[in-house]
Design a protein around this ligand. Structure first.
Ligand code: RNT
Ligand code: ZN
Length: 425
């Protein structure tokens, strides 16, 4: 059942354009603006955050992809092939977010403190061919030296030095990627460090982490190639009682230096807390911000992002702060229980829908009502705007970008599963 032919899409768009115009919103302009907002699509949805190294760590840092849907990508070629498929179903030009654990070493054992940019050359070549940017993350989990639960905050100097070296190399690699692709590469530091049960000493490890970060971030790189960020967390599996890199810790850290930005992950706060309201607070002090758009269900479960109130609130905040140039939007979810291409495309399209929805909002009318002190109108308008024909503009945008309109992309995924994924045994 495919409802959207070219005429239908055009007719619907024409009607929508008129309605939005009456509210002072130019839908053509919104579609142009959409093209300038990249989303950094994470590679780790494609392989359940496993990576290519088989490093032998027993813990995966308190994060968990559950499910065993067949067809997981097992190497760089498969992962890129799957991402190619996903990207072909997502409108616009985006970025790809990789992790150090996705190094390609040609079968040689190269430990995390030995990686160099050449181990990411295939990613770079692939991205260059597509004309897209890459973002990077050092990997502080799924490794024997992370099994104690402490990496950069580890009081054991030998272990800590190993991770500091890994982080330094990751910055070096990220800067080289940024240079090679001529687009700033965001290098995001997230560490799993924390404790299952109540620690007696919370401060020592935080002091150690602060020093380790200072050492890692000491070397200066060209901002046009590398942007450094740090990601906080509330708790993880096995770090329920204490996380060294908490929100307050990193908030303090980024405020103490102007060359590092904060990463807010939507799943890293108390369940009733949303990250949307934090955006304007941080932008009052910092020029840039990184978001990990995710969806926690009861805990930091990293479910596939959907077009829900939380995702929308994030996009609306960025729009209302006029901050799409300042906020780096990255995705962070991993679901192994459904087709992984479906997961990628659903989550990315949902994020883009939220962005477009926010751009189509007649925000100026809300602000006007607020300035006039007519708070009844402000609320009523917010409610009325929810019924504006946003879907028609979204469909037109997909058609213009040569990706399937409506649910037609599911047929593409079905074919891909039949022809490619089901053969991976
Ligand atoms: C973990 C963090 C982190 C990871 C990725 C794989 O809780 O959210 O961002 O999900 O780096
Ligand atoms: Zn994250």
């Amino acid at each position: 059942m495919y409802l959207y032919n070219k005429d239908r899409i055009e007719q619907d768009y024409k009607a929508a354009k008129e309605i939005y115009a009456a509210y002072g919103v130019d839908t053509d302009r919104v579609m142009e603006e959409m093209k300038t907002i990249p989303v950094s699509i994470h590679c780790w949805q494609g392989d359940d955050v496993v990576g290519f190294e088989n490093a032998g760590g027993t813990s995966s840092g308190g994060i968990m992809a559950t499910g065993n849907y067949p067809g997981r990508a097992r190497n760089g070629d498969e992962l890129r092939q799957d991402m190619d498929k996903a990207l072909s179903l997502i409108p616009g030009k985006h970025r790809v977010n990789i992790h150090a654990m996705y190094a390609e070493t040609g079968g040689k054992k190269v430990d995390r403190d030995e990686i160099t940019v050449e181990h990411f050359q295939r990613w770079i070549d692939w991205a260059r061919e597509k004309g897209i940017g890459i973002d990077f993350n050092p990997t502080f989990f799924a490794h024997p030296l992370a099994d104690s639960g402490y990496t950069l905050s580890n009081p054991d100097e030998k272990i800590r030095k190993f991770w500091i070296e890994h982080a330094k190399r990751s910055r070096e690699i990220a800067a080289a990627i940024g240079k090679a692709l001529n687009s700033p590469c965001v290098n995001n530091i997230w560490i799993p460090d924390g404790s299952k049960d109540l620690p007696a000493d919370r401060i020592t490890k935080r002091q150690i982490l602060k020093e380790a970060l200072d050492e890692i971030l000491d070397k200066k790189y060209d901002r046009n190639f590398l942007v450094d960020s740090v990601e906080s967390k509330l708790f993880g599996i096995g770090s329920e009682s204490y996380v060294v890199g908490s929100h307050e810790f990193y908030m303090g850290y980024v405020m103490s230096r102007d060359d590092v930005i904060l990463c807010l992950d939507a799943g890293h706060f108390h369940p009733t807390e949303t990250i949307a309201d934090k955006i304007s607070s941080i932008l009052a002090f910092k020029d840039e911000l990184l978001l990990h758009v995710s969806r926690g269900v009861r805990w930091d479960s990293d479910h596939v992002v959907i077009f829900n109130d939380d995702t929308l609130a994030i996009a609306q905040e960025i729009k209302r702060c006029d901050a799409y140039r300042k906020v780096h939007i990255a995705l962070d979810f991993f679901d192994a229980s459904i087709n992984r291409i479906t997961a990628w495309v659903t989550g990315t399209r949902a994020t883009l829908k939220a962005i477009m929805y926010s751009l189509l909002e007649p925000t100026h009318l809300l602000v006007e009502a607020e300035k006039d002190g007519n708070l009844g109108n402000r609320l009523a308008l917010m409610e009325e705007f929810k019924a504006l024909p946003f879907g028609a503009v979204w469909n037109k945008y997909c058609a213009e970008n040569n990706v399937p309109v409506g649910s037609a992309w599911l047929e593409e995924v079905r074919k891909y599963e039949e022809e490619v994924l089901s053969l991976r045994k």
